[in-house]
Design a protein around this ligand. Structure first.
Ligand SMILES: [Zn+2]
Ligand SMILES: [Zn+2]
Length: 184
């Protein structure tokens, strides 16, 4: 029986074929239970949400099985999955430091969350139509929930930037006024 990846790292020389046939090496459940995703270029397959969580918890993009540098992750249809970040943490840090990111970046994040939600909802409806098991549906809903949190965090950050900009503008006009007064 296989052991959890967290307890024992398989060596990079180990044959990938016999250790990664039908179970997700991150959670050890059958791959067929949920949606899957594969890494490029090593082709190692995991549950989609498991591997996204794993990548999010690391700063480097390495395959948990073979330690290869991951240049991308694709879903069953071969479509590239966007690497997702734990935005809520990053935004908290940025807000604490008072850092302002370009507004269009934040807007792009919010828009992207919208697209991801649309796609996942479609996927969810399709899964229900195909009578996939509950675990499969829950898996999609878990990802939907994560996107919802990300979107909320992005919008919160967006508000923060707007308020910060207003403050800066006020400061600017204040100093302009005082310069004028001095000139008089
Ligand atoms: Zn898994
Ligand atoms: Zn690999």
């Amino acid at each position: 029986m296989s052991t959890p990846i967290f307890a024992e790292f398989p060596s990079a020389n180990q044959q990938s074929d016999d250790i990664n046939v039908d179970t997700c090496r991150i959670c050890l459940e059958l791959l067929s239970m949920k949606r899957t995703a594969s890494h490029i270029p090593c082709n190692h397959k995991f549950h989609r949400t498991c591997v996204l969580k794993w990548l999010e918890s690391k700063n480097d993009m390495k395959c948990v099985l073979c330690n290869a540098s991951v240049s991308g992750t694709v879903d069953e249809g071969g479509t590239r999955i966007a690497r997702t970040y734990p935005f809520e943490l990053r935004n908290d840090e940025l807000m604490e430091k008072g850092t302002i990111c370009p507004v269009d970046h934040v807007q792009a994040n919010i828009t992207n969350c919208g697209y991801l939600t649309l796609g996942l909802n479609k996927e969810r409806n399709q899964a229900v139509k195909e009578s996939k098991n509950q675990e499969w549906i829950d898996d999609i809903e878990q990802e939907l929930e994560k996107i919802r949190r990300r979107s909320e965090a992005a919008e919160e950050y967006f508000q923060f930037i707007l308020e910060k900009k207003d403050e800066d503008d006020e400061d600017k006009s204040d100093s302009e006024e005082s310069t004028l007064e001095e000139e008089d």
